[in-house]
Design a protein around this ligand. Structure first.
Ligand code: KIV
Ligand code: ZN
Length: 513
């Protein structure tokens, strides 16, 4: 328990639950395990790993994360019924520190959903929290839509949950409706009025619909909340959740006025931000606080001059504090393996000898097609989704014919399960023609939901990173690739998504373990 008198703030990351719940942000099993490991290593106190009753995949992910976790508490979400709670307990069972998080909507609007009277809901909260507490020692309870729940009723049900054994009470601003002063007043009121409030931890869980999630979470901490629920890059339903990197860095940089500490190793922020962006298919906006591409860029002459004289003129935190390399001198085709390795280390990629050998070959190919290879080019290279060794489908050859006259055409060779297949197709533009050729060679029902192109750096020889998202029978997969040729990057990203789809089909076959 971390009560309102302590200066320690617990960081509860829900990237793998609330974040992954956001439409289109689905991650594969292996990706979830990888993100959980990164969260564990960076010092996140509690990882909400998923919603075990939601699907077999969610259950497996939570239980595998529970098994692999070293330091973090592993939490699963469950609704207010015994079946959900039992499944959740089963999933977190192998964790060194398991937690069950159970919730029910308590506002007038949310009470109407299960059609329960206030008294009936109060009884259900008592029964379900007691049941969870009989299964594990660490139980978190959330009155969903707390910020729109009548204060008297909120105090009543929180008292019931504490008496039934809840050790953390989370106060969700489910619809992102509150504002900083109100967020603080609510926590203060609860600490004042609810018997037993001193014995538990209050948590704050904010959504960003009005762009106030970080401010609301910090205001709640100033009022006595000691757990912040957040996600990497602010991923989450609608406008997302409180961003982990924002609250952690705000508490670090403005510790003079917010004297609270977390145990997050901030130098790992950039690496996990990039990885979450890649696996979720949700790119980080350029001017996003802390992790945006421009967060430490100083373009104007006055700023650059000031920065050279003293970085503190325009920088309130150092790039190194979040794991960004200080300088950004580009590499070129004469750079050797040692220089590449040193640069990759600076960027947070620790590669073994074999991987370095492979990356070096790809780096040389890239350096041949563009003069200067910048940090962002290397990041794109390292996070490229294509893994030619294991992929069943690979792009072998592509030539497009473009011009002002439609239709454009694409001549494509794909290697499918070791055999080359060739097709020429036309389309409305070179990318459409290429995608039509892929569909002709590898027929599938998956629907393209998103196609996105980003220039990695400036200039006409810049690499493009292409992300695609596809849906098949309700399952979503993403693909990503980078190349100096946008059409090649598009073809490879599409094929990468297809390979991910094949892996997923294999895993969800009825006889798959
Ligand atoms: O936003 C919300 O209310 C939630 C609950 C399940 C805690 O995510
Ligand atoms: Zn939420």
């Amino acid at each position: 328990m971390t009560n309102s008198k302590s200066d320690r703030v617990l960081i509860f990351d829900t990237t793998l639950r609330d974040g992954e719940q956001s439409p289109g942000a689905t991650m594969t099993h292996d990706e979830k395990l990888e993100i959980a490991e990164m969260l564990d290593e960076m010092g996140v106190d509690i990882i909400e790993a998923g919603f075990p009753i939601a699907s077999e995949g969610d259950f497996q992910a939570v239980s595998d994360i529970a098994r692999q976790s070293k330091n973090s508490t592993i939490c699963g979400l469950s609704r207010a019924n015994f079946k959900d709670i039992d499944r959740c307990a089963e999933a977190v069972r192998k964790a060194a520190r398991p937690r069950i998080h159970t919730f029910i909507g308590t506002s007038p609007l949310h009470r109407a959903i299960p059609n329960l009277t206030r008294d009936e809901m109060a009884d259900l909260i008592h029964e379900t929290v007691s049941h969870a507490r009989n299964l594990v020692d660490d139980v978190q309870w959330s009155p969903m839509d707390a910020t729109r729940t009548e204060h008297d009723y909120l105090c009543r049900v929180i008292e019931i949950a504490i008496k039934a054994g809840a050790t953390t009470i989370n106060i969700p601003d489910t619809v992102g409706y509150t504002a900083p002063r109100e967020s603080a007043d609510l926590i203060r009121m609860l600490i004042d009025r609810v018997p037993g409030a001193d014995e538990i931890t209050f948590a704050t869980h904010c959504h960003n619909d009005l762009g106030m999630a970080t401010a609301n979470a910090l205001a709640a901490v100033e009022a006595g909340a000691r757990q912040i629920e957040c996600t990497i890059n602010g991923l989450g339903e609608r406008a997302g959740n409180t961003a982990l990197e924002e609250v952690v860095m705000a508490l670090k940089v403005r510790n003079d006025i917010m004297p609270y500490k977390t145990q997050v190793d901030t130098t790992r922020i950039m690496a996990i931000s990039r990885r979450v962006a890649q696996v979720s298919g949700f790119p980080v906006q350029f001017n996003k606080a802390i992790v945006g591409k421009n967060a430490f860029a100083h373009e104007s002459g006055i700023h650059q001059d000031g920065m050279l004289k003293n970085p503190e003129n325009f920088e309130i935190m150092r790039p190194e504090d979040i794991g960004l390399a200080g300088t950004s001198l580009p590499l070129g085709k004469h750079s050797g393996r040692a220089a590449l390795n040193a640069k990759l280390k600076d960027l947070g990629f620790d590669v073994g000898d074999n991987q370095l050998k492979d990356v070096f070959v790809r780096f040389k190919e890239l350096a041949d097609s563009k003069k200067e290879v910048f940090d962002d080019d290397l990041i794109a290279l390292m996070t490229d989704g294509t893994d030619s060794a294991n992929d069943r489908v690979q792009v072998k050859f592509l030539r497009v014919i473009c011009g002002t006259e439609a239709p454009q055409s694409a001549d494509l060779t794909l290697e499918i399960d070791g055999v080359d297949h060739q097709k020429t197709a036309t389309g409305d533009g070179p990318v459409d023609a290429t995608f039509n050729a892929i569909k002709g060679l590898f027929p599938h029902e998956a629907r393209l939901q998103l196609y996105q192109v980003h220039a990695v750096t400036e200039g006409t020889d810049a690499q493009a990173t292409v992300s695609v998202r596809m849906e098949e029978s309700g399952k979503i997969v993403t693909g990503q690739s980078s190349d100096t040729d946008t059409v090649v990057a598009s073809a490879k990203a599409y094929v990468n998504a297809l390979n991910n789809l094949l892996v997923r089909r294999e895993k969800t076959k009825p006889d798959a373990v």
